[in-house]
Design a protein. Structure first.
Length: 156
């Protein structure tokens, strides 16, 4: 019986192809996790706070939003009282029956600037995540500008 010998160059090429295939499969399997951090969309909201006086449970009303799930008339409730120069409070956005988002806001009244984050919700706001800069507009009006995304697996 005659032995067939594989040239060493062919073995090197086969090994390189195997390594390349392994790298590609690891990269492909990592894609869903990395995509969860991408896909962020611009988020713009304006709110009026004539009904907010710094007390627990008071709210601001959404005047406009580019996120359809948080439409005009939605209410942003504050769970902690404001201090004399700042607000540091958990929030709940109520956007209709069964549709809420939860988060946290920190705001400096002197500069009129702050940051809010949203980290989940129910109904149409299930799996919502957002990070927005808060800025004073005029009178009782404020703006939120940042990004939002819905985690993968969101229903609806």
């Amino acid at each position: 019986m005659r032995m067939f010998r594989v040239p060493s160059r062919a073995l090197v090429v086969a090994a390189l192809l195997a390594v390349a295939a392994a790298v590609l499969s690891v990269t492909a399997s990592a894609q869903p996790a990395s995509r969860a951090n991408h896909g962020a969309r611009p988020f713009h909201l304006t709110k009026n706070c004539t009904d907010y006086h710094g007390q627990i449970g008071e709210f601001c009303s959404v005047m406009s939003s580019n996120l359809p799930a948080i439409g005009a008339g939605a209410k942003i409730f504050y769970m902690q009282a404001a201090g004399p120069a700042s607000l540091d409070s958990d929030i709940v956005i109520y956007a209709g029956s069964g549709n809420t988002a939860t988060g946290h806001c920190a705001l400096d009244f002197v500069s009129g600037l702050g940051l809010c984050t949203l980290s989940g919700g129910t109904g149409t706001l299930d799996r919502l995540h957002a990070r927005v800069a808060v800025s004073y507009l005029s009178d009782f009006d404020w703006a939120w500008d940042g990004t939002y995304r819905f985690n993968e697996g969101r229903n609806g």
